[in-house]
Each structure stands twice: as C-alpha cells, then as structure tokens.
Design a protein around this ligand. Structure first.
Ligand SMILES: Cc1ncc(COP(=O)(O)O)c(C=O)c1O
Length: 412
C-alpha cells in the first residue's frame, strides 16, 4: 500500500495535515448554480426574510418529503423546540429519547421540564429499539422522540402503532436523515412532527445553518407561524389608517404559548430549494460509496456494519462500523491508535451516550438502563467520508483497517 496522502476532492476536503485521509467538515462543495442563486437573492430580494423564497422552499420541501406541512426554521434544534412546545410537554412529563444521539435531540424537551427517559438501541440496526421504548412507557409518558441517527430510519410503523395505542405524541429527529425513507415514505412524515437540519455537516446545508419542521395535523400547523415568529401576523385589511394601532401585529392565536423568533433568511431558503433538486443524486452517491466499503470489508469478521431492513433507504450521514477485537484482547481505541499513527486514517467517534455527559447528569438525567448501547458504543467508530470519494480512497481505508487488525493480532 502506498503512503501517499489522499487530497480529497478539488476543495481539499478529506485532507488534514499529518493524515492521509481525514473526515472533512462538509460533505460536498456548493455547485456554481447554487452560489449564483444566493448572489441573485442578495441583489434582488428586497426584504431578505420571510418572503416568497421561504414559501417556495416550504412548498418544495413538502413535495420532496410528502409532508402535510413544512416550516423553515433556523436549525433542527429550533424545530425540536417547536415540536416540544406543540407536544405540550410540561414539568413532570416523561419523554422517551434515545441515549445514542446528538445532544440537541434531548435538550429542547429537558428545557420544557420533562424527565428524560433514555431508550436503548436495537442490536442490529443501531437506532432506537422499539421493544425498549415499549418497556419504558408509563402513564406519565408524553412523547417519544425517534432519531434516525446517521440517516438510518427507525422502525416508524411499529413506533407509531405503539404510540397510538398509548395516546403518545411522536417526534422524529431527522437532522441526519434527509432523503431516508421506509418503503418510499420519507422519514419525518410518520409521527406528529419531523425535525430536519441543514447544518454545514449535513447532506445539504443552507449556508451553515438551517432547518425545517414538518407537521402532520392541520391544528398544530396553524400554531406554528406565530410560535416561530414572536406571535406576529399580518393585519386584516382594509384599515382606516395603515399605521394604527401600529405596523406589526402580535395577534396570532397561539393558545398561551410563549413564542420565539426561529426564522430563516430568504437567501438560505432559495439555496435550499435549489439543493433539493439534486439531493437524491448526491444521496445515491453516498449510499453507493458506503456499499462499496461494506463489500471491501465483508470478509473481516472483526468489523460489522448495521443491518438495513428490506425497504429501508439509509442515506449514510457517516460511515459507522463496530470493531470486535475481544478474541485477541484489543478494543476500538487500540485500532484507532494504529489507524491514526501508522496508517494516517483520521476517523471520528461520535454520539457518546448522553447520560454519560455531566450536562445531563447534573440536570438529574444521569439514570439509564441501556445495556445494548453500553456494550456497543465503546467499540464503534466512523471512518472518513464525503460525497464523491474515489474508489482509491475507499480501498485505502479498507486496506488500512485490515492491516491494522493484522498488526493487533500479531501484537497479542
Ligand atoms: C441527531 C441530531 N439532532 C439534532 C441536531 C441539531 O441540528 P442543528 O445543528 O440544525 O440545530 C443535530 C445536529 O447535528 C443532530 O445530529
């Protein structure tokens, strides 16, 4: 194997000094068409916020996902916060949330005063276990949060059926799962709410930040504009004097909820609409790359990937795998030590079980009963990935993993 550094793509993604292959901050660069669209909005759109581009982006997002309603917001954390409010979460309510996720899946519910009940992962798919959710439902359970982590859809038909039986709201955290589907149905459209992220690290990004809330019921959807924008709405016309009583109207019926400003600008919305057009093409590239990596490592028993059930479209947000070196007394950290120092592959390790963080422990959310995650997490890692990785890079990664495992066995 050659030791030459892999330069990533033309923008240098995938290259970090001192490493041969590294995970880049962004999955793909903008196209020239996308850049031109942002510049056009900068020049031509007078108000720059909450105008025709927002309407268009929401309509395009509804068409892409099949959602009943879609509302552009500043990021997925804000979408989750709106969902927590609309679920009516109050102090003392319990909300079941996966422990294996990014912290923002849980924080908005904790802020409403909920007791977070951590749910475990399924040993095969590595997203939330339906059986574990069922075991944790009590009379106090107000909502279930499902996270399609790393783009892998949770078993939504089973979770929605369970929630219906117990009259519990379902929030889907789709921050990492744009274009992920179950039998063609887009994630975020199964439960009551879907929360999407267009953060810089995602498969599409609206200038680094951005998000979308999808809503199932018409009643909930009516409340969103006011809660999203400080309770502000347009006046009914005609008015005798356009300036009386004032020129902004805080008059939306939002049922006693305190509102927010969670709005997004017109340039971001216009860019989002443009990106949706090419999204599936890029998702397919990412999926095909990961399938190749899986094939390259299929004869390495120490490395396993998650199982993707029939009909599930798993757009890979990261290329995660699990290492089992117990037969020769080695663990994930031993493997990553070698991959970084000897082979120059800079992987990442993500989504530390949330109950292990002081943030949650100090807020009284440190209790947990997640045996599968406890066993799985400490041996998981994600190798570098970006959209458009060449086969040579995938082969370099796979060969490095094989060689590092051989080294670990020899050092036993
Ligand atoms: C699973 C998950 N949920 C929520 C979020 C929050 O998204 P945002 O950064 O758009 O607020 C992220 C962001 O990475 C995420 O990965």
């Amino acid at each position: 194997m050659s030791n030459k550094a892999i330069s990533g793509d033309a923008s240098g993604r995938g290259a970090v000094a001192g490493y041969r292959v590294s995970i880049p901050a962004r999955q793909r660069p903008y196209t020239e068409e996308e850049i031109a669209e942002v510049v056009r909005v900068m020049r031509d759109v007078p108000g720059q916020t909450q105008g025709a581009m927002q309407e268009q982006f929401q309509a395009d997002f509804k068409a892409f996902t099949g959602a009943n309603h879609a509302f552009a917001v500043g990021n997925a954390t804000q979408a989750l916060s709106l969902a927590a409010t609309l679920c009516g979460v109050k102090p003392g309510d319990e909300v079941i949330i996966p422990a294996y996720t990014f912290c923002a899946s849980a924080i908005p519910f904790g802020k409403e005063g909920a007791k977070i009940v951590w749910s475990d992962i399924d040993p095969e798919t590595w997203v939330v276990s339906v059986r574990d959710i069922e075991r944790k439902i009590t009379k106090k359970t107000k909502a279930i949060v499902c996270v399609h982590l790393l783009g892998m859809p949770c078993d939504m038909p089973a979770i929605v059926a369970l929630a219906k039986k117990h009259n519990i709201k379902v929030v889907e955290d789709c921050a990492q799962a744009l274009d992920s589907r179950i039998n063609g149905q887009h994630v975020g459209t199964f439960g009551d709410f879907g929360c999407f992220s267009f953060h810089g690290a995602k498969t599409m990004t609206t200038l680094g930040e951005g998000g979308m809330l999808t809503v199932k019921s018409d009643e909930d959807a009516k409340l969103v504009p006011g809660i999203r924008h400080n309770g502000v709405c347009g006046f009914t016309y005609p008015r005798e004097r356009y300036w009386v009583p004032a020129m902004s109207n805080v008059d939306l019926d939002i049922e006693g909820f305190w509102p927010n400003n969670f709005c997004i600008g017109e340039a971001q919305c216009a860019l989002g609409s443009m990106e949706l057009k090419n999204l599936t093409k890029f998702s397919n590239i990412i999926i095909a790359q990961n399938d190749k990596l899986r094939a390259l490592l299929k004869d390495v028993p120490e490395i396993t990937f998650n199982k993707i059930p029939e009909g599930f479209r798993h757009v890979r947000h990261q290329y995660i795998q699990h290492f089992d070196g117990s037969a020769f007394g080695k663990d994930r950290n031993d493997l990553l030590d070698l991959l970084t120092t000897k082979y120059g592959i800079r992987s990442i390790v993500q989504y530390y079980p949330l109950y292990r963080y002081p943030l949650f422990q100090k807020l009284g959310m440190g209790d947990h009963d997640c045996p599968v995650l406890e066993k799985f997490w400490d041996n998981s890692f994600s190798v570098p990935m970006w959209c458009g990785m060449e086969d040579e890079v995938l082969v370099t990664i796979a060969d490095s993993i094989k060689s590092a495992i051989a080294d670990l066995k020899a050092a036993k």
